[in-house]
Design a binder for this molecule. Structure first.
Ligand SMILES: N[C@@H](CCC(=O)N[C@@H](CS)C(=O)NCC(=O)O)C(=O)O
Length: 202
């Protein structure tokens, strides 16, 4: 292996896409390996913790867990704060996105009636509380830490994008509309030239 390799499912979403975006913004030439869901059972046991994404660097053991991967990319390429206090503030927000995924993802595997009830309950309680906490921690914008984009912003963007436009059944398309800083981070990432250039090529 001569260059970094990022392995994820064949979809432009979630933990894998935020790592792809980070590598792209960092200017890293990487192998973007996209696996088919049907191949996953044969690959799972070879990954460090049984999940994707996985980042492999030449000559090193495979790395896993999206936040750990993002922090490494961010530290090496100026996309994570050098100040240790501000870095942990960013990492706290990154964990907040993982908390959201941990609560919402199980509904993907539910039958229709159970899913509807679970998601309506999330829309009434957990999701507004999650958004309010995120909003409170975002500084003056447009990005989480101010004027500059960091890996945390990619993660926030991906989380908000998941719900935008009513893509998640039984969750209103406007679920985050009352949180202007949160929506502002999503929009600032969407409009960032480096992010646009990734979607122009993919
Ligand atoms: N904490 C891990 C979670 C990894 C994870 O659960 N990834 C999902 C895809 S987003 C996955 O691999 N699902 C298949 C499985 O768990 O078998 C991370 O942040 O990367």
């Amino acid at each position: 292996m001569s260059k970094p390799k990022l392995t994820y499912f064949d979809a432009p979403v979630s933990r894998g896409e935020e790592c792809r975006l980070a590598l792209h913004l960092a200017g890293v030439d990487f192998d973007d390996v996209r696996i088919k869901s049907a191949d996953w059972p044969g690959i799972k046991a070879q990954t460090p913790y049984g999940g994707l994404p996985v980042l492999e660097l030449p000559g090193k053991a495979a790395l896993a867990h999206s936040n750990a991967i993002l922090v490494l990319i961010g530290r090496r390429h100026g996309l994570h704060p050098a100040d240790d206090f501000e870095a942990v503030r960013h990492e706290g927000m990154m964990q907040h996105v993982e908390d959201l995924r941990a609560v919402v993802s199980p509904t993907l595997r539910m039958g229709e009636a159970e899913k509807k009830a679970a998601r309506e309950a999330l829309a009434a309680g957990f999701l507004p509380a999650w958004a309010a906490a995120a909003e409170k921690n975002i500084t003056e914008g447009p990005f989480f830490g101010g004027a500059k984009i960091h890996v945390v912003d990619l993660k926030i963007h991906m989380a908000v994008r998941w719900f935008n436009g009513g893509k998640v059944d039984h969750i209103p398309a406007t679920i985050f509309a009352g949180y202007p800083r949160l929506v502002g981070v999503h929009d600032a990432v969407r409009d960032h030239p480096g992010v646009k250039s990734w979607y122009a090529k993919s």
